[in-house]
Design a protein. Sequence first.
Length: 509
Amino acid sequence: MISQFNFINSIATWWFSKQLSDLRLFIKNPVNTQEEQLRFLIEMATYTRFGKRYNFEKIKDIETYQKTVPLQNYETLFPYIEAMMKGEPDVLWHGRIKWFAKSSGTTSARSKFIPVTQEALELNHYQGGKDVIAFYLHNYPGSKLLKGKTLKLGGSKKLLKHQEAYVGDLSAIMIDNMPFWANMVTVPEKKTALMADWEQKLDKIIDEALRSNLSGLAGVPSWMLMFLKEVLNRTGKSNILEVWPDLEVFFHGGVSFTPYKEAYRKLFPSGEFHYMEIYNASEGFFALQDRKDADDLLLMLNYGVFYEFIPMSDYKGVHSEKVVALKDVEPGVNYAMVISTNSGLWRYIIGDTVRFTSVRPYRIKITGRTKHFINAFGEEVVIENADQAIEKAANQTGAEIKEYTIAPVFMQTDRQGAHQWLIEFDKKPDNFEKFKKILDQTLQEANSDYAAKRYKNLTMQAPIVEKAQSGLFYNWLNEQGKLGGQNKVPRLCNDRNLMEQLLELNQKL
């Protein structure tokens, strides 16, 4: 039996190695690859309602595409998506669409429903998963990942009323459509993974996981951290490697890993435990960490996605005039990402911002969201700045961060403006005043606009840091019906709506 398993493992390792050699083709020819992706997308959607409206049959190159098709956001595409959800075929993509991923990235009352086609599942999301493993095995040739099971935390799905279509978290859609062999090497079983009640599901996942030999983890850092802490509570162990000695990697994405690093180091006290970041959203799988210990991601150019970029200095949403293709991007510039995909999103402003660290090959860092930033006083603080500051402050004061969010405190006649931080600590700083000072200093070092506004307190005073009650953010997500899956707390807001909700709830806990 063991020799048979080793044989299967060897075949799988060889297959993933072949995947990697195929990948190097697009790395050598990035511009040609992107041109081919656009031609494929246009061809597949030429006779859709959207394709007919914008004369796809006459589009032969990138320049014509950009001149013919206007920039889109969810609001402009929603009438098409609504028609697709009612069962109408050939709207944004050929055929009738069965799956819609419920996006969790906003605090607005109306959720976003992103179409997920069969092509997107196979050529984008699943292909991304295969390539993640291929790169991981290449970087760690002694890995035993394929000899154990990988635990995946996901969301749930539901049937649309009167339709043969489903909505749910992207993770649930992927789990429900995975081939049988993939279900054999993952935990939990499909029935458990798709349970709607997060707290009941968490108990069942722990039961199944404790009966399994885990070698990998995959999920959003915040939810995985909650799961792992429950495992320690259940087992009485001091760290996770005492529970699963063969665990060797955490594949993570969805939110920045920076605030969670110290907590995970304690859970996995071994230099042999690895972390690999992926950039996988409801709208598509876009990038992955291709090198050991790198802090940037390789942009994947052959997944049925055509990329464009808007410099944030020129960003005006769908009215932005300066939009560049991949060949014209520059390292160090903050861009809003625009995508055209094999799920029928056309010149769609996804809402994420990225910065290129390299153009040979094209590697990026996720810097934040077009809407999740603070610019109340001209300071232009993005998530990347905030994560750097909170990581340094925590490291130098022995603190451990669970969650945080930031909002502006607007100027009044009797006070300057400021940023208000609401932080839930797993472990409080040994010196709270030192923590606040390092937070402020690091932000000034990372962001010259913030530093200018903080100069001699002329525009902004020092940050106001509030301590959140234990469980605050979990309770807020619960009230919003956003437990589990890919749901997350917005880090930065340019208004005080979320902050006021959280402060009110904080007083009740």
